[in-house]
Design a protein around this ligand. Structure first.
Ligand code: KG4
Ligand code: ZN
Length: 339
């Protein structure tokens, strides 16, 4: 009989310091220290992020162990985010993971953050079974927007991507011009609920194949806001809900169109989304509606596994542990690690 494994997952790729404990594929604890410090800058400041990771990492790991009621000596392996992400942030998590693995004499497992956003669907969940291979994976985050052909846990091929801004970045930059807090995606989602998505019309960018582009759309939005604010200084305040609903609808439509083309081109029946923007209510609604209508399956991650978290790092760690895919102490982090 297989022995139970206890995996510590550590995530530090951007501005969240996170630690989780998994008992096989079951999450026992999932802790996050968010870095509020970046709010006043309207975006993540890399140097401040790595300093905050250094301050947060020990307490967050201790909290994860304590909630899971596990002693560190019971751990079977440590999984950490090797990339992609901010170099200084990744270094803090990897150095901590390596030292702890060395001192406990247990395996170290390197995890790709973007694979983890998709594989979070394999965390044990009473409400939804795990997706079956092959499927279309869609990563929607602050740094990435990718369409991925997923053949198995570790056989992933990027078949489409953004040529410029990521979808989350576009949400955040459009929010910034309206004076919303960073990250603006959740606020736009909230304000859009009371708005009319047809109030403002934005062109859908024409991009060949399965790639997308968001920078032109973001510029069109910023230009519209500037032009109207010149005429009416209260323009944003008076139209906030409609502005949010209209830009949200357009940002989501861009990726929805490509999801439908990709699904047909590769003859796939399941769509699996992951990443911070997978929390967006409009993309969840549209995917659910379309899947229902055309009889395909859509997998929406539980909210706690959409934005950056360590449980998703832990689940990848679990599968790599089963396959004996261990990392080494001299493996360096990689800011631009591909799938
Ligand atoms: O995956 P994530 O936590 O970090 C990266 O790996 O980038 O994604 C963060 C992104 C931010 O751009 C944030 O604005 C966006 O996810 N986001 C949302 C929502 N919740 C988070 N965007 C739209 N609607 C939401 N509800
Ligand atoms: Zn992420």
């Amino acid at each position: 009989m297989k022995k139970t494994s206890y995996i510590l997952g550590i995530e530090s790729s951007c501005d969240d310091t996170a630690a989780a404990i998994l008992k096989d594929n079951l999450v026992l604890s999932n802790c996050i220290a968010n870095q509020k410090i970046h709010r006043s800058y309207g975006g993540v400041v890399p140097e401040l992020a790595s300093r905050a990771h250094q301050a947060n990492i020990v307490p967050v790991v201790q909290q994860a162990l304590s909630i899971a009621n596990i002693d560190k000596k019971e751990l079977s392996a440590i999984a950490y985010t090797r990339g992609p992400g901010l170099l200084g942030s990744l270094l803090v998590g990897s150095a901590f993971a390596k030292s702890l693995a060395l001192s406990l004499d247990i395996p170290l497992i390197a995890v790709n953050h973007m694979q983890a956003h998709l594989l979070c669907h394999f965390i044990k969940n009473e409400d939804q079974p795990a997706p079956k291979f092959p499927f279309l994976g869609v990563t929607l985050s602050g740094g990435h927007t990718q369409l991925v052909l997923v053949k198995s846990h570790f056989e992933m091929k990027e078949i489409g991507k953004t040529l410029d801004d990521a979808i989350g970045e576009a949400f955040d930059k459009c929010g910034k011009i309206m004076g919303l807090n960073y990250p603006a995606g959740p606020e736009i989602d909230l304000f859009a609920k009371e708005g009319n998505p047809q109030a403002f019309d934005f062109p859908i960018p024409k991009v060949d194949g399965l790639d997308v582009s968001y920078s032109g759309l973001k510029t069109a939005f910023i230009n519209l806001v500037h032009k109207n604010c010149m005429k009416n200084p209260s323009f944003i305040e008076e139209n906030l809900n409609d502005l949010c609903a209209s830009i949200q609808k357009t940002l989501v439509t861009v990726i929805m169109n490509k999801i439908i083309i990709a699904k047909e081109k590769y003859d796939l029946n399941s769509v699996v989304i992951g990443g911070g923007v997978a929390a967006n209510s409009e993309i969840r609604r549209l995917l659910g509606q379309k899947a229902n209508l055309d009889q395909w399956e859509v997998f929406l991650p539980p909210f706690q596994y959409t934005t950056d978290n360590a449980a998703m790092i832990g689940i990848v760690g679990y599968y790599k542990f089963l396959n004996h895919q261990f990392g080494s102490m001299n493996q360096s982090v990689s800011a631009r690690l591909s799938l």
